[in-house]
Design a protein around this ligand. Structure first.
Ligand SMILES: Nc1nc2c(ncn2[C@@H]2O[C@H](COP(=O)(O)OP(=O)(O)OP(=O)(O)O)[C@@H](O)[C@H]2O)c(=O)[nH]1
Ligand SMILES: [Mg+2]
Length: 135
């Protein structure tokens, strides 16, 4: 799980692990990367704050850099627009545009709007991960 500061990584991992959402999540110091790995396939989950329009260009660049890494070539990419409960959020179509996901080739790309807070669409995230974990 990779994402800029404040995107909601800790919140999502906590909720996915069956914990409670807390509004006063403490910023994670140090490592911000978790891998869901099985065999030789590392699934990539890139999370963004879909309501933080100013951070999206930075997220777009970070994602670009990650996708250029030879070790991650061809690996499926799951992009999560978190905080879909916020009124100012971008739609999935707008996120695809803002992150330039249509330019991603030679790998499967999925993009979901989710909310760690309201637990919206998290079943889709789990389904995505489960469906690809056996490959
Ligand atoms: N409204 C809303 N707020 C959220 C959601 N997910 C996380 N937040 C809030 O966003 C802030 C940052 O969440 P974190 O989970 O700490 O984000 P993070 O990506 O782990 O941040 P760093 O560890 O600092 O990189 C916290 O105040 C969370 O409560 C969401 O789905 N909706
Ligand atoms: Mg964190």
């Amino acid at each position: 799980m990779i994402g800029l500061q404040n995107a909601g990584k800790t919140s999502l991992l906590r909720v996915l692990a069956g914990g409670e959402f807390t509004i006063d999540s403490i910023p994670t110091v140090g490592f911000n990367m978790k891998r869901v790995q099985k065999g030789h396939v590392t699934l990539k989950c890139f999370i963004v704050d879909s309501a933080d329009r100013e951070a999206l260009p930075v997220a777009r660049e970070e994602l670009q850099i990650l996708l250029e890494k030879p070790a991650l070539e061809g690996i499926p990419l799951l992009v999560l627009g978190n905080k879909s409960d916020l009124p100012d959020k971008l739609s999935v179509d707008e996120l695809i545009e803002a992150l330039n996901l249509k330019a991603v080739t030679h790998r499967e790309v999925s993009c979901y709007g989710i909310s760690a807070k309201e637990e919206t669409n998290l079943d889709a995230v789990l389904q995505w991960l489960i469906a690809r974990s056996g490959r």
